[in-house]
Design a protein around this ligand. Structure first.
Ligand SMILES: [Zn+2]
Length: 238
């Protein structure tokens, strides 16, 4: 499992990124919003447990939801929005009457633009489907390549909207990836695929596991740092 740093929780007001902090100086449990990563920061004094933090979150669920919704930076799949694809910003553009749309499918990429044909009402759905399909295509390819190198065979590769994990490897050898990773740079996609493929050999995070990951992908440290820093932003797109 590769988890983003802040934890994604389902609160009564909707999903929220929650970052748990412990402070020796804090005298009570407190909540604040970190606008940089769009997370709720819960600070716990030395003797308070997670339960105390959860109950404060639940009691202030409406406040949290309102504050998060008011933050700038949530990016919808909409005409004119700029969203990352393979780590590079692309602008979504609605082209209702394009001939290309009929010939090449409803969504395609050209010159750093994601062009979307058809009716405007369906644009968000079309873009979401496009991102999922691209993620499925990329991860199938990368996993195939890494599996050959590692001499393992996954049962299947799927793409999900698991917002609390970037990738997972089940006991039945099925690998799953968050479609949101298609927005991350290729070296990050490569690392997450390598990480999950390595679990097909080692179902732990021990020394042999990490040695295999290092064999399978060149930029582990950089990718882990990238996910920690930019991962939360991926959760705010779409
Ligand atoms: Zn893992």
């Amino acid at each position: 499992m590769t988890a983003p740093n802040p934890e994604l929780l389902s609160l009564p007001g909707g999903p929220a990124l929650v970052e748990w902090r412990r402070s020796a100086r804090a005298r009570r449990v407190s909540l604040r919003i970190d606008p940089r990563c769009g997370a709720v920061v819960v600070t716990l004094p030395p003797r308070a447990g997670r339960t105390a933090g959860m109950s404060l979150l639940m009691n202030h669920a409406e406040w949290v939801a309102a504050r998060l919704a008011a933050l700038p930076g949530a990016i919808p799949f909409a005409d004119g929005a700029v969203v990352p694809l393979d780590g590079a910003d692309h602008r979504i553009r609605h082209v209702p009457k394009s001939c290309d749309a009929g010939r090449r499918g409803a969504v395609w990429v050209a010159d750093r633009e994601i062009l979307v044909g058809g009716d405007a009402v369906f644009l968000p759905r079309r873009v979401a489907d496009f991102f999922r399909a691209e993620a499925r295509r990329r991860f199938s390819e990368i996993v195939q390549c890494k599996s050959d190198l590692a001499g393992v065979a996954p049962r299947r590769v799927s793409v999900k909207d698991t917002r609390s994990r970037w990738g997972s490897c089940a006991a039945n050898r099925s690998l799953a990836f968050s479609w949101r990773l298609v927005m991350a740079p290729p070296f990050v996609q490569d690392y997450v695929a390598a990480h999950e493929v390595a679990h097909l050999r080692h179902m732990n995070h021990g020394r042999h596991f990490w040695a295999l990951v290092t064999e399978l992908t060149p930029h582990t440290d950089m990718a882990v740092a990238w996910l920690r820093r930019h991962g939360p932003r991926l959760l705010r797109v779409g």
